[in-house]
Design a protein. Structure first.
Length: 151
C-alpha cells in the first residue's frame, strides 16, 4: 500500500516538474551529496535492522523503497526549480515521508511505543495536509492536454 501511495503522489506531481529546467549542477552540489549520503546510510541501517525479520518480503520492501525514493527525488526537483514558499512545503512533506517510512517498521517490529505512534500519526496527517495544500494553491508549470474522444 505504501508503494501505491508514493506512486500516486508522484503522478500527482508530474505536472509541476519541468525536465528541461534540470541542470547537472543541481545534483553535484556539496549539500546534495552529503544529504544523499545520509539518506543512503539511513536506508542501509534500517535494511540491516529489518533483513532478518522480513526475509520473505524483500521484493516488497525494495519496491516501496524505490517508489519512496522517486517521490522524494521528484519533490526535490520541484523545490529546486521553484524555490518558493510552496516548494519548501513540498520538501517538508518529503522529509516527513522519510520520517514516517523509517520510524514505522521500527515501531511495529522492534520497539512498540505509544509516543512513536503519536509522532507517526501527527507526521502523516501533517504531510497529507501540506501536500494537499501544495496541490491546491500551486498552479502547474505545464498543462497536460488530454484529447477528448467523442462517439
Amino acid at each position: 500500500m505504501t508503494a501505491i501511495y508514493f506512486i500516486s503522489c508522484t503522478l500527482a506531481l508530474r505536472r509541476y516538474l519541468l525536465v528541461r529546467n534540470i541542470k547537472r549542477s543541481t545534483f553535484l552540489s556539496i549539500p546534495i551529496l552529503v544529504s544523499s549520503g545520509l539518506v543512503l546510510y539511513l536506508i542501509y541501517a534500517i535494511s540491516q535492522l529489518l533483513i532478518d525479520v522480513v526475509k520473505e518480503a524483500v521484493p516488497e520492501v525494495v519496491v516501496c523503497l524505490m517508489c519512496s525514493t522517486s517521490y522524494i527525488l521528484v519533490s526535490y526537483l520541484i523545490y529546486v526549480q521553484d524555490m518558493s514558499k510552496e516548494g519548501l512545503k513540498l520538501l517538508v512533506v518529503a522529509f516527513l515521508c522519510i520520517f514516517i517510512v523509517s520510524l514505522l517498521p521500527i515501531n511495529e517490529l522492534f520497539y512498540s511505543s505509544k509516543i512513536f505512534t503519536v509522532f507517526i500519526n501527527i507526521a502523516h496527517v501533517l504531510s497529507l495536509y501540506l501536500f494537499m495544500k501544495y496541490l491546491i494553491r500551486t498552479t502547474p508549470e505545464k498543462e497536460i492536454h488530454v484529447r477528448e474522444n467523442y462517439l
